[in-house]
Design a protein. Sequence first.
Length: 400
Amino acid sequence: MAWFFSVITQTSNDILIGNCSLRDFSKNLKTPFYLYDMTGLDALLSELKIHLRDNPKHRICYAVKANSEPEICKRMIQSGLGFDVVSGNELKHVTQLGAAPNQIYFSGVGKTEVEIDLAISQTIGGLHIESLAELELIKQRAKTLNKPTQVGVRWNPDVDVKTHPHLRTGDANDKFGLETPQVMESLSIIQDCPELTFSGLHVHIGSQILDLNVFESFYKKAKAFMGDLLTKGFKPAYLNVGGGVGIYYDNNINESPALFKKYLELITTLFKDESYTLITEPGRSLIGIYGALISRVLYIKTTPKKNFLISDASMTELLRPALYGARHPIWMIQQSQTPTDKTFEITSPICESGDTFSEDFTCSFEPTQGDLIAILGAGAYGASMASQYNLRDLPKAYFN
Ligand SMILES: Cc1ncc(COP(=O)(O)O)c(C=O)c1O
């Protein structure tokens, strides 16, 4: 099966995001703003629809935290996807947009009583516990509300993954999930409580993982643990292996769907003979490459030590670079034809020295005020992390 997607290309005087000319599109728009390539997203989602038709025991639940734009969440619903949520507001958001509650799974180490009550009253697919204390509260609330509740258990598999430490979630030092003996303890508590049913086992090892071998060994470990649980007589309806496959944050960005396809093939092969439903919760790999943050050059500032390119975008629109040193591919549409071999630090108006998009940006021609800058691969964990620090406006979003 070939996968066709609109891609991002650079011409001598333009950047094409799918079929959209950034030069024309941006002409009268105030920057910075997010531009989403919905044609590209739709192409990916129609491939996923085929995949889900051919693999009815695989359920894909979009991780809303990656990007909660209603336009995007609605597309996921129309394509038959469920949702991974991590707050009561995310749960409300997707149900208001039309998501079926039984296709929603709720994780997070600090769910409040109000959030737990909401999940119980909505009868969601799985309320995933992350501590025994949380299970105790869920038990009490299910009794008080007198509602049958599907409880999933998040397991911490203690695996080492190669990603940024802040994106790792499945190591024994991380706050997420329960270690194996506590999983077993929680299962007997669930069994003894008439309102609760063990819906499934949940595991998520981290985000922006590019090495499929890491997934393969983790999936084998999760599959073996599910096998143990089934042998012991537990009846989990699903194994939820989380999200986490990365995208290429470099000039290979257009190759990201091919990696996602390989990840799906791996899952299909490994779990094809299992009796239970397999759930995955991708976020970044579904929307990451289809969003770009578009900004303009405000000023060029030269000091004895450095050249600064001051963009009008900042950490308030895209926090990833300041938060964990993330680097995105940055392409420019330049007005000048004067060649340059200078290197620039691309920074922002914000009063934070750590707010840098690139320390060593090079471009063919002298950058000038007003040049358009496209920060690519910003569809995931971009707009959803935006803030109004320095009382800046939240960025607008356009869907093309
Ligand atoms: C529980 C859970 N599931 C899924 C995801 C989505 O991960 P990704 O966007 O890397 O696919 C996350 C994000 O960290 C998560 O915490």
